[in-house]
Design a protein around this ligand. Structure first.
Ligand code: SF4
Ligand code: MG
Length: 313
């Protein structure tokens, strides 16, 4: 199939102690093509990390399905699950928290290799190769995570993910915690690895400027729903959804003549445990109409490849 990942009406709800339901992911549908990078953007709490974690089976789905290579990831046999755990890897926002501080870097990277039954010397050789592929040096294998900078730690996290030779990587805010000067280096590394290995990425970020250079297509999430999905250049050229328009207007633009009028959203997003009726963006939308509180807009293809959920279209 042309699509590596297909998601149909996926929901992930959590029941809170108060008995109410937190609709973290509330019915999203999209697909990811082989070899592309799908950027996924939205404010914190919009459900983008929960979506990533549901795709990689950290969470069961509440409803709907996620297919990887045509197979429902939540209904895999043991053998299929084992292969899935190699094919799909995740990179996290805070490489410091996700690397065991008591383990040497070489052992952290080799952890994934154990299941391949390699000999000790073969493992060491693979670790050195992986370190070099992410721009680190062989001697780094003997050091501990705290001896590295944030950018280097993210490289270690990437090497660890690559150890099992994955096909699909879910990167959850991989550059958000890094200095701006380091962010581009990590993005470049991810792009080089993608070209070398034919990797497919889901690249999660809270800000459109972070996904601009790496994404083939971009999806925008708001309160558990996708509100827009388009080819990256289309989304920047002509954002359709009022929320995307607001996000873009606040993103830094290097060319001042291309600057858009700043749209400042009023208020905070409502709680995903207490959603507004109709369109869940209506409490902050500058274009809200009567229809918007009565009916939830459908997720539909407005033009080929351009998906949007808004009554304006
Ligand atoms: Fe705004 Fe209405 Fe569109 Fe929602 S459906 S984004 S409230 S115009
Ligand atoms: Mg998150």
């Amino acid at each position: 199939a042309e699509h590596l990942v297909e998601v149909n009406g996926l929901k992930k709800h959590f029941t809170l102690g108060t008995g109410s339901t937190l609709k973290a992911v509330d019915g999203v549908s999209f697909s990811i093509r082989k070899g592309e990078t799908l950027g996924l953007v939205g404010e914190s709490g919009c459900g983008k990390s929960t979506l990533g974690r549901t795709l990689i089976r950290i969470y069961e789905s509440t409803e709907g399905e996620a297919l990887f290579q045509g197979k429902n990831v939540h209904q895999l046999s043991r053998k299929e699950a084992k292969q899935f755990n190699r094919d799909v890897q995740m990179i996290f926002q805070d490489p410091h928290a996700s690397l065991n501080p008591r383990m040497k870097v070489g052992d952290i990277i080799a952890e994934g290799l154990e299941i391949h039954d390699l000999s000790r010397s073969d493992r060491t050789g693979r670790v050195v190769e992986l370190l070099e592929q992410v721009g680190l040096r062989p001697e780094h294998a003997k050091r501990f995570p705290h001896e590295f900078s944030g950018g280097q730690r993210q490289r270690i996290g990437i090497a660890r993910a690559l150890a099992v030779d994955p096909r699909f990587i879910i990167a959850d805010e991989p550059i958000s915690a890094l200095d701006v000067s380091i962010q581009a280096q990590v993005v470049n590394l991810l792009e080089d690895l993608q070209a070398d290995r034919g990797l497919t990425y889901l690249f999660i970020a809270h800000d459109l400027s972070m996904v601009k250079h790496i994404s083939t297509r971009i999806g925008v999430m708001y309160l558990g729903k996708l509100v827009e999905l388009a080819e990256s250049f289309e989304l920047y050229r002509e954002p359709l959804h009022p929320y995307t328009q607001a996000l873009l207007s606040s993103a830094p633009v290097p060319d001042p003549t291309a600057r858009r009028e700043r749209i400042v959203l009023q208020g905070d997003p409502p709680s995903p445990a207490n959603l507004p009726s109709g369109c869940r963006f209506r409490t902050r939308c500058p274009h809200a109409m009567q229809e918007c509180s009565a009916t939830e807009p459908l997720w539909r293809e407005d033009a080929p490849g351009r998906w949007v959920a808004c009554h304006l279209y």
